[in-house]
Design a protein. Structure first.
Length: 416
């Protein structure tokens, strides 16, 4: 059952009616369901229960401290891509010993910070990064655990902006260079080689490409073992999708599990995952209010109070988000362009939506839990939306709406 459903003709988040939330916290407002996050995590957990595994939530998908804390309490580890994300994990009560550090551009300061907190592993993306980590670990008198992110050269068959596992992408080390790099790493004094990883891309509904890539990368793990380079974990990245469109099926978690469990049958390596979207994507919505209706000769516009600065996925990836009226009205629907107040033609949340709308109505922009708030900006000097987490019948404000003076408090004018 979805955490977001109509009850008595009004859309609810768990047991809380959305109009009450709009009343209390204003709009636009991100609304997350603790139960939905827990359900997604538990499904993942159950699918891989037969073997040693660790779910490292990809923090970048939604890094609110309350979201991280809910996942930490469920036993999740974390996948971070910056020093800032590490500090968030720590602030949220996450375990640095279950945290892995991904990304192509780790700075010396970030590496120092991560070594200081004893993270589980660096997912290394180049020979130059390996040397930097070795040098810094030496300075700190530590040994850094590393994994190479190897590019499997498999097409995730997803949007070109979110596909990362092809030769032409900036991510990972080339497949052919992996073994020589491992040999070099194994000989470095301040490096401990512990794993191997890959990440194909995002929004995969069909796990076949990920399972195919896992097979290719696992072959490297086996080849390394014959040379005496034994790895203790096998990290298959993230990327499993969630349905965005009405009627779209769920990602094939069972098929994903079947493929990976079969590949690793009889092996003792810990299977590590880096899911982001799968755990939070459908656990959140963006609540917005219709400011104006602008019917036109060619198109009808519904101007809402959320904009591309709040949710950039439609403008950036032409992403589809379902749009539900919070209190559905009777009457024949019209076709609406759902747009925000920002001065850009790309500022839309949805095209050609059949809805019966009136000024002042609330709309729920669905599937906004991942890559929603975290990608929001202050463009047009708009304070970022507040975030609320629902837990049963309770609503917790987990991030205040940004006030306008805050938006320019770090700026200054020139002296006279
Ligand atoms: C973004 C990212 C993830 C998470 O991707 P999802 O599609 O949200 O699961 C995992 N690992 C790495 C290295 C990433 O860059």
């Amino acid at each position: 059952m979805s955490a977001f459903a109509l009850k008595g003709g009004v859309l609810h988040a768990e047991d809380v009616a959305l109009p009450a939330l709009a009343e209390e916290f204003g709009t636009p407002c991100y609304v997350y369901s603790r139960a939905a996050i827990t359900a997604a995590y538990s499904a993942f957990e159950r699918a891989f229960a037969p073997r040693p595994h660790l779910i490292c939530y990809a923090v970048k998908a939604n890094s609110n401290l309350a979201v991280l804390n809910v996942l930490a309490r469920l036993g999740a580890g974390f996948d971070i891509v910056s020093g800032g994300e590490l500090l968030r994990v720590l602030a949220a009560g996450g375990d640095p010993g279950r945290t892995i550090f991904s990304g192509v551009g780790k700075t010396a300061a970030e590496i120092r910070l991560a070594l200081g907190h004893g993270i589980k592993c660096f997912n290394v993306e180049s020979g130059a990064e390996l040397d930097r980590i070795d040098r810094i670990a030496g300075e700190l008198g530590k040994r850094a655990a590393i994994s190479f992110r190897v590019n499997p050269d498999v097409d995730a068959k997803t949007h070109r902006y979110i596909s990362t596992g092809l030769k032409e992408n900036k991510f990972g080390v080339a497949y052919a260079e992996a073994i020589p790099l491992y040999r070099r790493a194994a000989a470095l004094p301040n490096i401990k080689v512990t794993g191997i990883d890959f990440h194909l891309g995002s929004k995969m509904m069909d796990p076949a490409p990920a399972v195919e890539a896992a097979g290719k990368i696992f072959a490297l793990l086996e080849a390394l073992a014959t040379e005496g380079i034994a790895l203790s974990h096998f990290d298959v990245g993230g990327g499993l999708g969630v349905p965005y469109e009405p009627g779209e099926g769920e990602a094939d978690l069972a098929g994903y599990a079947r493929g990976l469990l079969q590949l690793l049958e009889g092996r003792s390596e810990t299977l590590v995952f880096e899911p982001g979207r799968y755990l939070v994507g459908n656990a959140g919505l963006l609540l917005t209010r219709v400011e104006y209706l602008k019917p036109g000769a060619v198109k009808n516009f519904a101007v809402v109070d959320a904009a591309m600065n709040d949710l950039i996925r439609p403008a950036l990836y032409e992403a589809y988000h379902d749009m539900l009226p919070v209190t559905p009205r009777d009457g024949a629907p019209s076709t609406w362009q759902i747009v925000g107040p920002v001065c850009e033609s790309a500022d839309f949340l949805g095209h050609d939506r059949a809805l019966t709308l009136a000024e002042g109505d609330l709309l729920a922009v669905m599937s906004a839990g991942a890559y929603g708030f975290v990608m929001s900006s202050n463009y047009n000097t708009r304070g970022r939306a507040c975030e609320v987490m629902i837990d049963g019948a309770r609503a917790h404000l987990i991030r205040e709406r940004e006030s306008t003076p805050l938006l320019f408090c770090h700026e200054s004018i020139l002296p006279r």
